[in-house]
Design a protein around this ligand. Sequence first.
Ligand SMILES: [Zn+2]
Ligand SMILES: [Zn+2]
Ligand SMILES: [Zn+2]
Length: 281
Amino acid sequence: MAIGEAERLKRLVFLGTGTSQGVPIIGCSCQVCRSDDPRDQRLRTSVMMESDATRLVVDTGPDFRMQMLREGVTKLDGVVYTHEHKDHLAGMDDVRPFNYMQKATMPLHASARVEEALRRDFHYAFEEGRHGGVPNVKILPIEDHGTVQVGQLSLEAVPVTHGKLPIHGFVAGDLAYITDASALPESTMARLQGVKVLILNALRPKPHYSHFNLEEALEVAAQVGAKQTWFTHLSHLMGTHSSRDAALPTGVNLAHDGLVLTREGERWVTSTSAWWNTKRS
Ligand SMILES: [Zn+2]
Ligand SMILES: [Zn+2]
Ligand SMILES: [Zn+2]
């Protein structure tokens, strides 16, 4: 392959599929939080996307370190941010092992508002004369409908509304990843037409001011009409994975941590990660 030639997205791993507190929630004794089905144990929402040459993660939440450890990730080419909430940002400090292993600066693709939050929350990484023990990062801008280039993979950043906050989702070829949405602008809905895989947030059955509830997410899923729709950013209020998943329409499913989507020709097939497989055996 020629240098600079774009590659197709080949594999996506769900690193985390839980809402901001994760599932189980500290101190909660509900049926979901006590479930011993590993699909009911959800780290904070993030995915890893891979082509042949490139691997990126979308967001670095508080569980980023554990997600990298459990999936055995030893190389990472960049981070792409949806927005600045702590459940999507808090783990950025843990890019340091990749700095050391790769002897390289980690590119962080971020909107202006996410950049402001990164510079505030991780100020020590941006100070003059910073010492070697802090994250070595550079921030690259994300614009609405702009291209985000990480290694050989390019994504399109699509505008998403999250309560009052304008944030981003990402489209990679025929797959779209949208989390923390409460509404999708027309331009984004238009862009989603024809995708084969839609990953979308669905918080819980009851309405919420800044997240799609189940009914709203199902409505968007129907409008987009992707072959596969996977719900993420799930609360314990969604019920157990097994009961809720069984009640969803054909082609719509709950994602779970360790779920893997792999491209085979023009099809996307479902499997589970090496970490998940050891957990299940
Ligand atoms: Zn979130
Ligand atoms: Zn609970
Ligand atoms: Zn959020």
